[in-house]
Design a protein around this ligand. Structure first.
Ligand code: CA
Ligand code: CA
Ligand code: CA
Length: 611
């Protein structure tokens, strides 16, 4: 949004240039403080289901959006909105304990909501909490029906300058410990999740006030200090390290480190004012060394006009630009901008979130009271705003089951006496090995052949959300994922087939890259944690791994898909990507020279009806 000044990133800051010199007032994750006073603020867009939405997160099939409830004169009540990101149906609306919910994080089975509370911005130099904040906790399983958090912690504004629990802005987790940051003080608050108790505040050394993002790193926490361009490191018990890391490029300027991502030992941070993406190798950190012993390297610059949110996926950093109204992926290796997703002028996008499969990206439109969901496979973009229809009930004839395809219909070329040659292993239960490696309880599809599985006398139908999950045996390998990708097809009769849409999105489609986000619509992208022996769980639980498919994604104009929508599917056919043509090249989809065919561990269905 153009508020006459500039909306800052991260958790949403405004920067302001003071007469007579350069000074930056940090407004915590807060809002557009500049805009509060700006007469040129854009006219309010009608508030429907979404009310100045900021944070959002995918939870399984659903998208949870936090309504900040921002008003030019303060904040209205905050709420979470749970929607189906495909149909846009409204699943639930859940009020938050305190106003201005700004951060959503999933930890274990729970969604945590950091509600900052309203802010008093009358003294621009020293923003204060105007109301209490809160940390709300909602079990993921209750999101469709909850009317409020299962439990919460009050985080009172400081009544006497003694209690720095005010204006909480971000949270990160390390097991049963968590750390909250404040938007208006330099205190961090340790939280004991098991005891549901806030510990004694710890003060971070800084010449300024107000912190920002916090992320976990190997049982510790890293915290950005917006006004001081610093990175602080805090132990799990909340004790800060004696050193800090200077994140800026130019020592004399305030550059405003905000959005933060930690992947393994790699930390990425966006300096919001200088629009620079920087990197720190956290393995170098040494609490006894000056500057904590690590160096900071620029990855990309400039990264837009008002970079407001950062997500690192695979080899790319996705940055939401609130000023340019887009989301752009920058290569971590070369710093170059690549895929770019444009939003409407005036959308003022705030945060982006990805469905686990990397196909759907959702972005909140703060100024336009909406959410846009971008399908990276088809390029379709759906904008949801105003009032949303309630979700339709599940299909009445269907039983909710979590059923494996237990019938091998065809496995030409199988060699049952050899390793990976027995197709029964694709129908005997899933035995994933998590991140450590690939399952060996698999059937390797021979080159040029296919595997056909079924569910006996049952038909697979389209119900709410994903309808089947294919479990192959990919595993992380260095910075990539070792993937042997498969095309997935369905049939109503074993004769006619229709494939789920799939595409390889790499800039160069003739070179194999092991980035799951580039192989949308294929099976074999996601490591498998589900193991019927050692890690039994619902195969549709996102933590189970595997690659979900939704019958609603079959091409609507395909007659076979239409037949499946009318009567269901009886068979699934799996075959190597290399046995299909890539329309971009006219040649078979590229494979890694050291890879072979897909290894199928099992396929689970959700909605089955008897024949
Ligand atoms: Ca479905
Ligand atoms: Ca494999
Ligand atoms: Ca198996």
């Amino acid at each position: 949004m153009d508020c006459g000044r500039t909306l800052l990133p991260g958790t949403g800051h405004c920067k302001r240039r003071w007469p007579g010199g350069l000074a930056w007032a940090w407004l915590g994750a807060l809002l557009l403080a500049g805009c509060l006073e700006a007469p040129e603020i854009a006219p309010e867009v009608e508030v429907g289901v979404f009310d100045h939405p900021q944070a959002l997160v995918f939870v399984g099939d659903w998208l949870v959006v936090a309504n900040s409830g921002y008003r030019a004169q303060g904040w209205s009540d905050g709420a979470l909105v749970v929607i189906d990101p495909v149909s846009g149906a409204l699943i639930n609306r859940i009020p938050t304990t305190a106003p201005n919910p700004q951060t959503l994080r999933v930890h274990g089975d729970t969604l945590y909501v950091v509600a900052t509370g309203a802010l008093d911005l009358s003294d621009f130099d020293r923003p204060q909490a105007a109301t209490d904040g809160a940390l709300d906790a909602l079990p993921l399983a209750t999101l469709a029906t909850a009317t409020g958090p299962a439990w919460h912690l009050d985080l009172p504004r400081r009544p006497d300058d003694a209690v720095p629990a005010e204006a909480p802005i971000d949270i990160a987790f390390a097991g049963e410990r968590a750390l909250l940051t404040s938007a208006v003080s330099n205190a961090v608050l340790p939280v004991d999740l098991a005891a549901r108790r806030v510990g004694a505040p710890q003060w971070l050394a800084s010449p300024s006030v107000g912190l920002g993002s916090v992320r976990p790193w190997r049982g510790r926490f890293v915290v950005t200090d917006f006004n001081a361009d610093r990175l602080h490191i805090v132990d799990a018990d909340g004790a800060p390290w004696p050193c800090h890391l200077d994140l800026g490029v130019a020592p004399s300027d305030v550059e405003g480190p905000g959005p933060l991502a930690v992947v393994g030992d790699d930390l990425y941070v966006v300096l919001t004012i200088s629009a620079t993406l920087r990197h720190v190798d956290l393995r170098d950190l040494d609490p006894a060394a000056a500057g904590c012993g690590a160096t900071v390297r620029t990855v990309a610059a400039p990264v837009g006009n008002v970079p407001n949110h950062l997500t690192v996926r695979g080899e790319r950093a996705w940055i939401v630009d609130s000023g340019d109204n887009n989301v752009v992926a920058y290569g971590l290796a070369d710093g170059k901008p690549g895929e770019r997703i444009a939003l409407s002028p005036g959308a003022n996008p705030w945060h982006a979130a990805w469905r686990a499969d990397g196909r759907l990206m959702a972005v909140t439109e703060w100024a336009a009271n909406g959410v846009t969901v971008h399908d990276r496979l088809t390029g379709a973009q759906h904008r949801f705003g105003g009032d949303l229809a309630p979700a339709p009930p599940p299909p009445p004839a269907a039983d909710l089951v979590d059923s494996l395809a237990d019938t091998v219909v065809a496995a030409p070329g199988a060699t049952p006496d050899t390793n990976y040659g027995d197709p029964v292993r694709a129908a005997n239960g899933v035995r994933g090995a998590g991140e450590a490696g690939g399952s060996v309880d698999v059937y390797a599809i021979p080159p040029g052949e296919a595997l056909v599985l079924g569910w006996g006398d049952q038909r697979l139908i389209d119900g709410p959300g994903p309808d089947l999950v294919v479990f192959e045996n990919p595993f992380p390998s260095g910075d990539e994922v070792f993937m042997e990708l498969a095309v997935v097809e369905l049939s109503p009769d074993g004769v006619q087939w229709v494939a789920f849409p799939h595409a390889y999105l790499a800039a160069d489609p003739t070179t194999f890259m092991g980035d799951p986000d580039l192989w949308l619509g294929f099976a074999g992208r996601t490591p498998v944690r589900l193991n019927v022996d050692s890690a039994p769980m619902d195969p549709f639980d996102p933590r189970a791994g595997g690659d979900p498919f939704d019958l609603a994604d079959l091409p609507a104009d395909d007659p076979v898909a239409q037949q499946i929508h009318a009567e269901g599917a009886r068979f699934i056919r799996l075959s190597a990507a290399a046995d299909h043509l890539d329309p971009r090249t006219g040649a078979p989809f590229v494979t890694h020279p050291a890879h072979s065919g897909p290894d199928i561990d099992g396929v689970a269905a959700r909605w089955l009806v008897p024949d």
